[in-house]
Design a binder for this molecule. Structure first.
Ligand code: URA
Length: 301
């Protein structure tokens, strides 16, 4: 067992060899109740770098001409290496994303990308759901347990809530909109996406938006809105108005909404969301009127 101290090891050696099945079950239950459902770290660790910095600490070099000892301070070394490696991972993601010319190429590239440790524990890479030839792109935060199991975006109870909301303004996922997430992999235990995970995956979602080329962008919840719009205001202040997204030099309308998970917990917020939905319906009506008489330019053409 990695990281165990000597006194713990001695105590375990004194324990009887036979452990009751009930003890194991109650230990597992205790882990589950505490939210511990994974045995790995949130981010990749460079253990070689860590051991190198510890070796340098125990065998100090003679002082360098600059007066520096050459010893990497214990706390700074792993942190610095982590920051450098995230920068490299993001560059790699950006290069790979830019190389894709279709949604299916981007899907393949994300599936084979190993720079985000969430992938190691995910059952599926969740790319999207809905109609890839529609004009509306809905972006959530990250897959949950159902999305992870079936490999489709926003299909669990949040997705069902979202479908009911959109049905109320005459839109269905089969015909009228397309869904994806900021992260293509499920964070363990449904915890919030970490800033590092978002930074690493941002080039993929930005390219996803470019390739889908929506006429309207809908962002579900604060994490989705803050990741794609240049603002760190909370969702309560961001919703209720049209914002803009720069899509390769062309400006498209963006509407942040309360996340369906929030609406499930706070039904009173549905009244505000209904106003947002009515404005979305009106905007789509305007777009349709503008388009009528013109030839449609769908992505599949
Ligand atoms: N499931 C998703 O796919 N996205 C969310 O934001 C929430 C649940």
């Amino acid at each position: 067992m990695a990281g165990m101290d000597i006194s713990t090891e001695n105590r375990l050696n004194d324990m009887p060899n036979h452990i009751e099945e009930g003890d194991i079950l109650s230990l597992l239950q205790w882990y589950m109740d505490s939210g511990v459902d994974e045995t790995i770290d949130d981010l990749p660790q460079d253990w070689f770098e860590l051991s190198r910095s510890l070796t340098q600490k125990t065998t100090p070099k003679s002082p360098s001409p600059t007066g520096q000892s050459g010893i990497i301070p214990k706390k700074i070394a792993p942190l610095a290496s982590k920051m450098v490696s995230i920068e490299h991972i993001v560059q790699d993601a950006a290069r790979l994303a830019a190389s894709c010319n279709s949604l299916s190429e981007l899907n393949d590239v994300i599936k084979s990308f190993n720079g985000c440790s969430l992938k190691n524990i995910a059952t599926n890479t969740v790319f999207s759901d809905g109609n890839p030839d529609s004009d509306i792109m809905v972006i959530g935060e990250a897959p949950g347990v159902d999305e992870d199991r079936y490999g489709k975006a926003i299909i669990g109870k949040n997705g069902q809530m979202l479908d009911r909301m959109f049905k109320a303004i005459g839109l269905s996922r089969e015909n009228d909109f397309y869904l994806t997430n900021i992260l293509p992999w499920r964070p363990p235990g449904n915890r919030k996406a970490l800033a590092e995970e978002i930074t690493i995956c941002l080039p993929f979602i930005r390219r996803h938006i470019e390739l889908f080329n929506p006429k309207t962008l809908i962002l579900l919840g604060g994490i989705s809105a803050n990741s794609l719009i240049n603002s760190d205001l909370g969702i309560t202040r961001l919703r209720g108005k049209w914002l803009e997204y720069d899509l390769c030099g062309k400006t498209i309308p963006v509407r942040p909404l309360f996340h369906p998970a929030y609406l499930l917990k706070q039904p009173k917020a549905k009244a505000d969301t209904w106003k947002d939905l009515l404005e979305i319906k009106a905007k789509i009506g305007e777009e349709t009127n503008k388009k009528s008489g013109k030839k449609s330019g769908k992505k599949t053409e």
